[in-house]
Ligand binder design. Sequence first.
Ligand code: 4AZ
Length: 856
Amino acid sequence: MFQHLLLPLVILAISPIPGAFEDSVLSPAQEELEDLDCGHPEPSDRIVGGSDARPRSWPWQVSLHHGGGHICGGSLIAPSWVLSAAHCFVNNRTLEPAAEWSVLLGVHSQDGTLDGVQVRAVAAILVPDNYSSAELGADLALLRLASPASLGPAVRPVCLPRASHRFAYGTACWATGWGDVQEKDPLPLPWVLQEVELRLLGEAACQCLYSRPGPFNLTFQLLPGMLCAGYPEGRRDTCQGDSGGPLVCEEGGRWFQAGITSFGFGCGRRNRPGVFTAVAPYEAWIREQVMGSESEPVFPSQSPELQSGPWELKDENCTITLPECGKAPQPGAWPWEAQVMVPGSKPCHGALVSESWVLVPASCFLDPRSTDRPPRDLDNWRVLLPSRPRPEQVARLVPHKNASWDDTSDLVLLQLRAPVNLSLGPRPVCLPHPEHYFLPGSRCRLARWGSGGPASGPTALLEAELLSGWWCHCLYGRQGALVPPPGHPPHKLCPAYREEEEEAGHCWNESSWSLLCQEEGTWFLAGIRDFSSGCLRPRAFHPLQTHGPWIGHVTQGAYLEDQLAWDWGSEGEETETQICPPRTEHGACGLRPEPAPMGLLWPWMAEVHVAGDRVCTGILVAPGWVLAATHCVLRPGSTTVPYIEVYLGRAGASPLPQGQQVSRLVISIRLPRHLGLRPPLALLELSSQIEPSPSALSICLHPGGIPLGASCWVLGWKDPQDRVPVAAAVSILTSRLCHCLYQGILTPGTLCVLYAEGQEDRCEVASAPLLLCQTEGGSWVFVGIAVQGSRELFATTGPEEAWLSHTVGEAHFLPPSGSPYWLPEGSNLCPLDMAGASGSSSAVLFLLLLTPLIQG
Ligand code: 4AZ
């Protein structure tokens, strides 16, 4: 609950009135009697600019306690009756026992001794039969007190409106309560009752606002018996803990309860006014419940001139309020860019987040290794803001509580001595709520953050698109953790840059950056930098969204803004929890989510262009190494290294943007030491490493052959000219079957496959297709490369594992699973003499009946 109050008032005595039930015109004598009964607080001066209520200004406000603490608000409507919200008492469709609740009357601050406060037990809780949940309406409840309240200056009932009562739209009314001061930000001690002025919104205007998708992409259908109050721009509202409390409007010197705080979508958000249960439509229900009890509420009639309007037009359009933050005239000219100047230190870049607060990395001012108290002498600190003639002075420094030891919370807030006028030049950046989901492909930019080296070269290098949560998490996230689904804060945010090739000689590790992402033309501060990237541009940022509530809490005015783009596509609808395939000690390998992002299907598949005349497949086994068929890269008998170029990021379903391609030169070819025959597999050393990304990522290797339960594919090209990748499903024949089928021609480490029906001819063989398997855990594993001229025989890494891991330190070997594929040498257990059976599919099928396959 936020904001201030005006209170005009008169003291009057209290006495119950008989016969106030009929909705009829009352005699002057009755009117006078009613005046004595309800809606009159103590006289008080007007207060402006605070949000603490004055004692006794809202004497009908009660606090409902359960389990020893405040849960909901309520209003005293008669000495023995309190009006509140049904959702406070109904849990899983059952009403909580009245005996567990107590009502505190005459409370101002909930801290301390509660002197003068009356506490009453609850004799009964009554809820309308048709109540099921707050969003479906009828969210009201009556509490009968075990003994009546004693009325006095701090405890008096409010007036209730009759069914015919009309509150004019636009009327300024007041809501009160001890609820949160912002979302997830409880009222601080001493828990003084808060009040906020809210304007009644027309039904059509409110429905119009709620019909536009907002927080959580939700819309909402306003139902009869509900009313809205608040402001299109948000920022003043009720919140959790205010529920059940009253919304009161003054009419003719008396306060009527127009609404009961019921619910809303968040608190104080733009275009999301609070929703209240309208009290007037429930006149009959309330009368029915209290009928015959010793004290009854008062329903004064409305003065006739007030019943005539103004009323809104039925089809009223609403004006959607746009965000006040995150507007930049042009990307790069950031109106929130703040430079903090501290004598004796380098300038530190940060961001203006409200009229009075600047967010900067704590590491600019606090030494992470020392436990020194934060600096206190801020007199000489200055903050430079865009289009401000003079630097601002600093009043206060508030470090994040984990600032000095936790890289993800490297933040301090600096309060300016005087707030800046946001309409003239500087503007705050928008901050995301914890549930914000920056869509894959979001347009982002890097912006200076903290102290450190010179700015980068061309600004185009600062542009990026966000990777999907799955890729980001699986490439850089925590080992073994589930992929956070949309709506849960990610562990990292990953920008993918348009050009993979870095500027020659430019090293980025001297500078530090924040990540700004744009939605509908509005910029959010999405992430803060991660130093793990060496000379390359930063790849993974710490998301800022988990810090939104802390920033909101400290500044009480930062622009936490709703998500503006909701085009989630298939990923947004993903409800199944996703897990990343296992990583190896060298990081992620063999990732390929379904559906593949950006048309990329096989991020480990390489094109090996040899001396300008041949193209073969290859496979990335580590950031600097590609494995290819020896017969493809070396001419028979030749020993000189030809000119070889390797391309990655081309194995897509459709033509890919040029930007995703990566190419490298081959600087050496390594062959395992072999006696006799030339070894079938060659390692190509690349001129420089390739940064892991969804378009170029290493494959996993598996010691001992094929992982248990894997499904396998031959991956090649339909035609070596256009090189569209095709995959054919295959089964791997058992080692014994393979051995028996191809007796005499098998070299160690060769295995045989059987194609699924009709898939034999999918791949062209001259370019040496690859054999890959996907493990049950989801990782893609390299198994072999086609033996020259064969579709069925594949040379595997099996015999060369030691050589491979020795040559390529960063090869991704998964932990072994299952038993090794290869039989001991010289196995002689063939069921028939099958020397002549090789290549004959009928013979193979016959053999299948005899010998089980490793499933493909
Ligand atoms: C609640 O949770 C709640 N902004 C009450 C009111 C509002 C939101 C939430 C309206 O009790």
